[in-house]
Design a protein around this ligand. Structure first.
Ligand code: ATP
Ligand code: MG
Length: 410
């Protein structure tokens, strides 16, 4: 079927009162981003609906992408035809013919804003209903909960027909809640956490700690591939690679086994928080899940969290592993995440990390380290790249100097 436009119904944003305009604009921007390679598509948004005029673009792929955009409740591919009864009838029958099977229940639902049209809504319902029953003898007209509702809208500019309503991803348009830094390892949990944060409108930047040569280029690639899986929900994502080798070596050299994990996590959080500040993020998002591993007990979380007052969003904190896996499968990050490339934590992980680290001890051990300098060096060594659904867009090899980063803050 050659659809001419797609009608998009907003999700929760319809209820957001004054912010509505911002929401609609951001949604339009996100749709535009997602459809960058469809330059012919024109987007028109009004208070209640958004219309994508396809101008000949293929609707199949566009529909698929729309299902990934947060803030859309559902959408319908629509065919616009001239307001000629014969043409309308032919189009209606072609559409129903696509889904027809004997016993199919249907109804025709028309409305018109063009009151000069030759038939009123009742007459048009009857006209198209009769034509349908004539064309498909084993079809059943049913007013309550039919399997298919063929909608016909008669407007000044033409007649609009649709019968499909495709569920959208729900949620809020990414970006409307502000920005957060996603701590993205190569595991199952953190991509899911990023997905869920985006679902509620958070624009994420991915922060990944790499410790070459202890961690392999494949481990880094895996984190980037996971980022590419998250990118369709917003268009593209900034990926920040943090050099973590020096910090890990220092910790390993000066901190007792039992506290390696806690102190490593505290450094990760410090660096992420510094990046958040510079890059104007509001929150940090991670993939911690309560009780999953030693670093994720409540006492551990308390000791790690103590380095910052920045809110940390933990979307999967109360989920069971299988609940997280279910989402990972849905967003297609699971297969990637289980590839066995060691990340920095696997390699430096002590055999028995403390599940109840004591903050006084932590502070005492950290006195052995040049905490500030280490954090600053890591921050000044970051590499930022942009990742879209196909992978890396552009790589910014240049090391961003600390002074440069902080200029950005002023
Ligand atoms: P994931 O949570 O992604 O499955 P994981 O199971 O290995 O990874 P942990 O190692 O316990 O989880 O880490 C807890 C959280 O800390 C991760 O969810 C992630 O947010 C963050 N984190 C861990 N390692 C890294 C890393 N190398 N880079 C960025 N963030 C990390
Ligand atoms: Mg985990």
């Amino acid at each position: 079927m050659e659809y001419t436009e797609i009608m998009v119904r907003y999700g929760e944003l319809s209820t957001k009162g004054k912010n509505r305009q911002t929401f609609i604009q951001r949604l339009a921007q996100n749709v535009r981003q997602a459809l960058q390679d469809f330059p012919a598509v024109k987007i028109h948004g009004n208070r209640d609906r958004m219309h994508l005029l396809l101008n000949g673009s293929d609707s199949t792929e566009i529909c698929r992408r729309l299902t990934e955009i947060f803030g859309i409740q559902n959408f319908s591919p629509v065919i616009k035809v001239e307001k000629d009864l014969d043409v309308i009838k032919k189009t209606a029958l072609t559409m129903l013919g696509e889904v027809y099977h004997p016993g199919l229940t249907f109804k025709i639902n028309t409305n018109r804003s063009d009151h000069d049209f030759v038939l009123d809504t009742n007459e048009l319902n009857l006209f198209l209903g009769n034509a349908t029953v004539d064309a498909f003898p084993a079809i059943v007209a049913q007013m309550r909960k039919p399997e298919v509702t063929l909608r016909v809208e008669i407007r000044r500019e033409g007649a609009y027909l649709s019968y499909l309503t495709v569920n959208g991803a729900g949620g809020l348009p990414v970006g409307t809640s502000g920005r957060g830094m996603l701590m993205l390892s190569g595991g199952i949990d953190s991509p899911v956490a990023g997905f869920l944060a985006m679902k509620r409108g958070v624009e994420i930047e991915a922060v990944h700690f790499a410790s070459p040569p202890y961690t392999s280029p494949q481990a880094l690639q895996k984190a980037q591939d996971l980022t590419a899986k998250l990118a369709p929900y917003v268009g593209s994502i900034q990926f920040i690679e943090v050099p973590f080798t020096e910090i890990q070596e220092e910790i390993k050299a000066h901190v007792p086994q039992g506290y390696l994990m806690t102190i490593t996590r505290r450094f990760m959080l410090r660096v992420t928080d510094r990046l958040r500040e510079v890059r104007k993020g509001l929150v940090i998002i991670n993939g911690e899940s309560l009780g999953q591993v030693a670093s994720q007990t409540l006492p551990s979380m308390v000791a790690i969290n103590a380095v910052t007052v920045t809110p940390i969003i933990r979307p999967v904190v109360t989920m069971d592993k299988n609940e997280i896996i279910e989402i990972a499968q849905k967003i297609d990050t699971f297969e990637l995440a289980i590839q066995p490339f060691e990340d920095c934590c696997t390699i430096f992980a002590p055999p028995q990390p403390k599940t109840r680290p004591k903050l006084e001890k932590v502070l005492q051990y950290e006195e052995r380290l040049a905490v500030e300098e280490l954090v600053e060096r890591a921050v000044s060594g970051i590499k930022i790249s942009q990742i879209n659904r196909h992978g890396l867009v552009q790589k910014q090899e240049t090391v961003v100097a600390e002074s440069q980063l902080f200029d950005d803050l002023l």
